[in-house]
Write a protein that binds this ligand. Structure first.
Ligand code: DGL
Length: 247
């Protein structure tokens, strides 16, 4: 274990949700170091307004800038929907976001249910995405308490509670438009009895493309660091899910 010279990619989410995307990215980019910024005690970001989200993310991005990253990933649909254009205007490094996977969900045919936070539901970017790929078959449902429930009960997610927090509608495909919801993916699939879609593999592949790194051999130790919020919790959850992905 020595000093590494891997390129650095910084991630940012309100809380644990973005760990899903971090995990997918770590897996396909073994030659990259990652730093995960979070703000767990302030979840849910989905309840905040655009100006507040811009202010919060600007402060975090000023910290990210100091680390001279090869790229930053907004591992949060809410921040991507409300702030990515603003952040790209303010910072000169590459910024990648995550968006609801409406395009692949539309290929299933039938009714597409898009589950998002209230702030994402109000965004123009989601409206544009639905118009572009939803073929007039999307229902957008804001779930005000779902991200907080998952953030605070990650070790013990209950199907009955999730049913209470989710819209009672029929769907042929469900889009998980918040990275927190991905932790409940299997239960949500079971509740609606249809395929569920998240933006994980598409966003991680996009990151790899932007970095132009396709070599799967690990030549140096890979460093993964956690900053902000509840770092112990984020590290523990990351370790649990990365084991699951690798096995
Ligand atoms: N994980 C975030 C997202 O993807 C938001 C959760 C929150 O409301 O804090 O939208």
């Amino acid at each position: 274990m020595g000093i590494t010279n891997n390129p650095l990619v910084c991630f940012f989410d309100s809380g644990i949700g973005g760990l899903n995307l971090l995990c997918e990215s770590v897996r396909i980019l073994p030659q990259v170091d990652f730093t995960y910024f979070a703000d767990n005690y302030r979840v849910p970001y989905g309840a905040l307004g655009k100006e507040q989200l811009k202010e919060i993310s600007r402060k975090v991005f000023l910290e990210i800038e100091k680390l001279k990253p090869a790229a930053a990933v907004i591992a949060c649909n809410t921040l991507t929907a409300q702030c990515i254009d603003y952040l790209r205007g303010e910072f000169s490094f590459e910024i990648i976001g995550i968006q609801p996977a409406i395009k692949p969900a539309a290929e299933v045919g039938g009714r597409i249910l898009v589950l998002v936070t209230p702030a994402t539901a109000k965004s123009q970017s989601l409206m544009r995405l639905s118009e572009q790929y939803g073929e007039g078959r999307t229902t957008v449902a804001a779930c005000p308490d779902l991200a907080s429930y998952i953030e605070n009960n990650i070790a013990n997610l209950e199907k009955s509670k999730l049913i209470e927090l989710l819209p009672n509608v029929k769907a042929d495909a469900v889009v998980l438009g918040c990275t927190h919801y991905i932790f409940a993916s299997e239960i949500i699939k079971n509740i609606y009895n249809c395929p569920v879609f998240d933006g994980l593999s598409g966003t991680a592949a996009h990151l790899r493309e932007k970095l132009g790194i396709y070599d799967h051999r690990q030549t140096r130790a890979q460093k993964i660091t956690f900053i902000g919020g509840n770092t112990d919790k984020n590290r523990d959850i990351f370790r649990t899910i990365i084991k699951r992905t690798v096995l």
